[in-house]
Design a protein around this ligand. Sequence first.
Ligand SMILES: Nc1ncnc2c1ncn2[C@@H]1O[C@H](COP(=O)(O)OP(=O)(O)OP(=O)(O)O)[C@@H](O)[C@H]1O
Ligand SMILES: [Mg+2]
Length: 600
Amino acid sequence: MSKIKLLDEDLINKIAAGEVIERPASVVKELIENSLDAGATRINIEIKDSGKKLIKISDNGSGMSSEDAKKSIIRHATSKISNVDDLFAIQTLGFRGEALASIAAVSKMSIITKQNNELEAFNFVVEGGKEISFGALGAETGTTIEIVDIFFNTPARKKFLKTDSVELRHIVDIVLRYALINENVSFRLKHDKHELLNSPAVENDRNNLASIYGTNLAKELLEVNYQDDLVKITGFIAKPFAARNDKNQQHLFVNKRWIRNEDITKAVYEGYHSLLFVGKHPVYVLNLDINPLKIDVNVHPAKTEIKIEQKKEIYDSVLKAVRGTLEKHNLIPVMDINIEEQLTFGTAKKENAEKNVKYRFESSKQEVLDIKKVNHSTSIDDFEEESHSTPEEEVFISKQKEENKIENLKLPAMKVLGQIHKTFFVAETEGGALFIDQHVVQERILYEKFMGQLMNKKVAVQELLQGEVMEFSPAEKIYLIDNLKKLHQLGFLLEEFGGNSFVLKTVPSLFGKLQPKDLLFTVIDKLKEGKSKLEEIQEEIITRMACRASVKAGDTMTIPEIQKLLEELSNCKLPYTCPHGRAVLIKVPVDELEKKFKRK
Ligand SMILES: Nc1ncnc2c1ncn2[C@@H]1O[C@H](COP(=O)(O)OP(=O)(O)OP(=O)(O)O)[C@@H](O)[C@H]1O
Ligand SMILES: [Mg+2]
């Protein structure tokens, strides 16, 4: 007897729904995508009981005819593609023709929809995929879809739902994503009696971000605008010091579709390379415009994964876009004394508490968002005229002054005032004071110089006249033999000397302050940590060597010495952090001080 049965349609639909509709947030995602595909500029979302009781989405999009409304819940019914060629040139968010069918299969659903040219709207009610009623009624152009009692007929799925707050967070995340990338669409999200998000349609994406993330973060954002033959990359990345402990504020879109993609994410991190503190994650909202023919969206029913034909090239473009943007800007963190106080004493003031409101838009604060104004308002010449410096306290002016335009200046003009605690330099600068960590300054300088030498395959070495005989353990010897060539490239020339001994003939001269042996052991320690390829850890080795060779906190330095060091720093590509992402310098603005002294 045959054991194989054909499943009935109801069961097929429930199985298929399992792939697309995992939780209330999946419904919200699919319905928002449909509204966007229908050209809506206003999307209102109302949720009750974290979506378990009600999900209601109304849009002012194109609406459907009565016939289409009925067809819309049939599996594999779509208005968005009609042949295989279309499938590989997707321009819309939806295309599989299964979202509404899946939602209808596991809920009680009502669709009210009206097209612009129709006189009346239609109301189509479905329960567990079966038609309950269909009739005409009065309504505005657009579509309103109400989902009640999700998973009422699939109790197993219902059981797996997480706590209300988790489900709600998923919903907020979804709405947020679409609000972030569609600045010309107004989004409102209401949960029970609370409005959780109100993101009006605005003209530019910076204001849109401010309305969603709040002005504090928005002013740390740098605009990305990059284009080559393959891809156009637009959006925002935050300065390294606005990095977070989690990855919640990272959003990648391809052709305005929110996606997950390891390669692109890696490229973004690589763009921040040596600027992020360990364990910190950059904040970014980036959209990649890629020719739809060159990507495949039909990878997974949730449509959040894509395949990219020119993966490697796109990786390079993203890296260039991020790196280029960071290199163009002044990345010095500005200290907000009030916020510091909040962090230290936990006494959140009301005004600051208000500043942190996440999802509200305060148009009065928009002027602070003009990053260019903040960064480049300082003209060196203006500042020179103002300052009355003695010859000893020469105003430090970057050598780049003559060569580069002011926009390219990495460090502002400053007058070095001295050193405090044998740890920090203090300098006066336009609009405030700079505090500079002397150890970190040198670390960055050494790191960039050495990386430069290494890239050009010209590591300057210092010969050890006598040669230094060093003895290693058998295990260490193996690492050494495997890596002699690489070590030579790094500036360490070693020759075998019988047994487990080697003679060290040269060391990289940049790190001359260190004892040669110390230096080599630093390198070998790294090798011993498990990774055997020197390329993989080369940079970390350099970072470590730079750290060990740098002036320490506690070294006294004269003003000319400090100036010389800062001049070298200004020639760095990214003079803002040590290679591990710790700040080189922090600015305390005068108006913060004035506030603190109650002068304002
Ligand atoms: N809000 C809406 N406004 C206008 N038409 C809609 C709306 N929602 C759905 N439709 C119509 O119903 C059809 C079916 O929607 P459904 O979401 O099931 O499939 P899809 O969007 O085509 O593909 P996918 O399954 O990938 O989302 C759509 O192709 C569209 O024509
Ligand atoms: Mg759809």
